[in-house]
Design a protein around this ligand. Structure first.
Ligand code: SF4
Length: 380
């Protein structure tokens, strides 16, 4: 393992003050005693891997959720200390914490920095709080402004924010205003997502009861294209379909998911990808805590990624990135020359300027990123 690429670690903090209507993440509203118990379990889970992965070097740590900023920062301190003393992190490790502007304070910020957090991801979604209220998300523009101001005053540079397209009643201008606000506030990394209606969410119920009408795909594509143009013009790089960053501020942790690097997932409902297998921890909080009280593994599912699935994932994930698909590596790994097996489709896509091939990499052209799903489908 010593020669392999450094791995990433993801830690799931499943606590939120209130459930948003569209959310299907594993997250709960729980008191501090329950949060302490969860931390005890997390520390026991880290112990399970301490010896097993003693030779592995980790160079990204992502603490997500849920809302990590909703819990007592002492717990984040305990978690990071446990991680640093148990796993081998490189000196240059990218350490990200997700924060929600409504639960973020100056004291918490200072504590996070002391814990070694060097990247903060802010769940903004929109600066129009009336739109957020429609999806059950309580957050004011002042909360967002205060959060970004804190970063600016402290010269904390490595910041990112999420923007959501497809909110009920959202106008194109409202998305533009949000993105321009983030650019003006020098947010270095901006992720642009479309609202997905997932089963078992309040939004899904509202859809079935005809209380909510989703935005059409065409409209979402048009909004996406508009904000992409604004971001590219402002000097951001689109290094993946949904992810834009100032040069040098791309997320190393995100990249691991796309380039098939190993990562270890810790916490309830967390996933790991190790040696060609995908592992999933139990989604049940009581079971997670019980198992770890007994120092037993919380892994509930272990799935080998077949060659066919691997091939599909390679095409899908790499074509979403600006690097594109390494054709030589693809040939070596799957014993398939895509230029031959998909020659008709590739010729047509090249002729229509939908893709380009350069230095052995096949990639989607900048103007066609918004229709990448259709292009990828042709190459599968
Ligand atoms: S803050 Fe995030 S994790 Fe929590 S309920 Fe809302 S969308 Fe889900």
């Amino acid at each position: 393992m010593e020669d392999s690429k450094p791995w990433g670690v993801y830690v799931h903090i499943p606590f939120c003050t209130k459930k948003c209507d569209y959310c299907d993440f594993v997250s709960f509203s729980m008191d501090e005693t329950a949060q302490q118990q969860y931390l005890d379990a997390l520390c026991n889970e880290i112990d399970l891997y301490k010896m097993k992965y003693a030779d592995v070097v980790f160079d990204t740590l992502y603490i997500g959720g849920g809302t990590p900023s909703s819990i007592n920062p002492e717990l984040i301190k305990r978690l990071t200390q446990k991680l640093y003393s148990s796993l081998h992190f490189a000196d240059y490790t990218e350490i990200t914490l997700e924060v929600n502007p409504s639960t973020f304070t100056r004291d918490k910020f200072l504590e996070y920095v002391k814990c070694g957090i060097n990247r903060m991801s802010v769940g903004v979604q929109s600066i129009d709080s009336s739109l957020l209220a429609k999806i059950g998300r309580k957050q004011s523009l002042d909360d967002v402004k205060n959060t970004l101001q804190l970063f600016e005053q402290s010269k904390f540079q490595n910041t990112c924010a999420d923007v959501m397209i497809g909110l009920p009643g959202q106008s194109k201008q409202s998305v533009i205003d949000t993105v321009e606000f983030l650019i003006k506030n020098d947010v270095k990394h901006i992720s642009v997502y479309t609202l997905q209606v997932e089963k078992h969410t309040k939004l899904y119920d509202n859809l079935r009861k005809h209380k909510y009408k989703p935005m059409s795909d065409e409209r979402m594509v048009s909004y996406y294209d508009t904000v992409a143009k604004i971001l590219l013009k402002a000097g951001y790089i689109r290094y993946e379909l949904s992810n834009f960053a100032r040069p040098g501020f791309e997320s190393n942790h995100n990249r691991k998911y796309w380039d098939e690097t190993e990562y270890l997932g810790l916490g309830v409902a967390a996933h790991s990808f190790i040696d060609g297998y995908r592992y999933s921890n139990t989604r049940r909080m009581d079971r997670y805590i019980d198992l770890l009280r007994q120092h037993k593994s919380p892994i509930e599912q272990r799935e080998y990624i077949s060659d066919q699935e691997h091939r599909t994932e390679r095409i899908m994930l790499s074509l979403r990135t600006d690097d594109g698909l390494d054709l030589e590596k693809f040939k070596k790994d799957f014993d398939e020359d895509l230029l031959k097996t998909k020659s008709n489709e590739i010729d047509m896509l090249l002729k229509n300027n939908k893709i380009e091939i350069e230095d052995g990499f096949l990639r989607i052209t900048q103007d066609n990123f918004s229709v990448s799903n259709a292009i990828i489908a042709e190459l599968l």
